[in-house]
Design a protein around this ligand. Structure first.
Ligand code: NIG
Ligand code: FE
Length: 407
């Protein structure tokens, strides 16, 4: 494809994200060859024959955004619950009354694969318009083998389109389905372990295995059992940890060797220390914390002190965070959680890539890496965080191909 060879010239700043900081090259340029970063240079680069020459008009260029935690595929929105929460109900109260995840399960089961695909595709386009070039997508609104696999098939089809990279995660342990009730949780765990995981492995449709580790959903011991079983089927563990209550989720993530743990609003000190020791990436979801108006926020200062690698995700889902815009998640990371601009920008690029174990391929602009790039419409990288609600994305490029451009 011709666009796979190009030069991006006249950039005010190229943020390579290499070397532990922002890796800023002032007045830089980028050459892309065969869909990969060929060089990042100071000043402009002479386009070679066959290379598309893109004038960036003194705007910032940085790696395509990586969104390492989303629930992109589902049937049915939940605006009614949003209204209930505004009236004072909590996420947990709504979930325990049969709303929450279980209401999305009903609508997801009723949807055909094509319906799920078409709705998810619209959302994927919106994500791309906000600069996301790699997205993790979880199952978990089926809670039966057929629907879980259908969700993962949809994720596979979205990836095959060649726009965003799609990283699929099996999350059969998102909740106990309504027809079983909490009393039959053990039976459901057995179904996840004995039937779903082997089917997921056999079809090769997931890379990660996730669990909603909460005392009122799958407790620490149950989560460990499921994640260990996932490992037996070749899936890398990741955990929804310590969101609604402190439930030992950070400890679970460390003990099973998870790539990442998400949420972490109320991790214990011991759990955080164990995560630091085991090198588990913290995937922070400040949009969710803000949207649910949670009293607890992730202890970013503690994480920083412990040297825990911090990534940021949207957690896009119909219940706890309907946010598709990764730059806005970064804004919440700074304004709501107290992250620095550098931490937030690393959080949606290089560190998010690390959470997905894709850091050798995406997340920085270094020679040899995939040419996944965002060209912004802002002159200084701080505007990406500072301009609240502004979409800074002028163009999104994946493997050297323009997948979105602002008109
Ligand atoms: O990450 N916490 C569990 N899962 C989602 C919420 C899903 C839902 O409410 O539908 C989350 O916030
Ligand atoms: Fe989630």
């Amino acid at each position: 494809m011709p666009e796979a060879n190009l030069v991006l010239n006249n950039c005010s700043q190229v943020l390579t994200m290499a070397g532990g900081g922002l890796g800023i090259v002032e007045h830089g340029a980028v050459r892309v060859r065969d869909g990969r970063i060929h060089e990042v240079a100071k000043g402009n680069l002479e386009p070679k024959p066959g290379e598309l020459d893109i004038d960036c008009h003194q705007r910032v260029v940085l790696p395509g955004f990586v969104d390492p935690h989303t629930h992109l595929v589902f049937g049915g929105w939940r605006q009614n619950e949003f209204e209930m929460r505004l009236a004072g109900k909590t996420y947990k109260e709504i979930a325990e009354a049969g709303g929450g995840i279980l209401s999305t399960v009903i609508h997801t089961r009723l949807a055909t694969e094509d319906e799920l695909y078409n709705r998810a595709l619209e959302r994927l386009h919106e994500m791309m318009s906000w600069g996301t070039t790699t997205v993790e997508v979880k199952s978990g609104y089926g809670l039966d083998t057929g629907t879980e696999l259908r969700m993962l098939q949809v994720a596979r089809r979205l990836g095959e389109l060649g726009f965003c990279r799609v990283v699929p995660t099996f999350m059969g342990a998102h909740s106990v389905p309504g027809e079983r009730g909490q009393g039959r949780k053990q039976e459901y765990i057995k179904l996840v372990v004995d039937e779903m995981l082997p089917a997921v492995e056999q079809q090769g449709v997931a890379r990660f295995c996730d669990v909603f580790c909460e005392n009122f959903v799958f407790n620490a011991a149950e989560s460990t059992l499921i994640l260990e079983a996932g490992k037996q089927h070749g899936l890398v563990p990741t955990v929804h940890a310590d969101e609604i209550e402190s439930s030992g989720g950070a400890e679970v993530a460390a003990s099973v060797g998870a790539a990442s743990a998400s949420h972490l609003l109320q991790p214990s000190d011991a759990g955080l220390a164990a995560m630091a020791q085991a090198g588990v990436v913290a995937v922070l979801l400040p949009g969710t914390c803000f949207f649910l108006r949670e009293a607890h926020k992730s202890p970013v200062a503690k994480m920083r002190e412990l040297g825990i690698v911090m990534a940021i995700a949207t957690d896009f889902n119909p219940g706890s965070c309907p946010l598709l815009a990764q730059p806005m998640a970064a804004q919440f990371g700074c304004i709501h959680y107290g992250m620095t601009i550098e931490e937030a920008l690393r959080g949606i690029t290089v560190n998010a890539a690390r959470a997905l174990k894709l850091d050798s391929e995406v997340g920085t602009l270094e020679p040899g890496k995939a040419a996944d790039i965002v060209v912004t419409d802002v002159p200084d990288y701080r505007h990406i965080i500072y301009r609240l609600g502004h979409n800074p994305v002028f163009m999104a490029i994946r493997a050297g191909r323009v997948i979105y451009r602002q008109f």
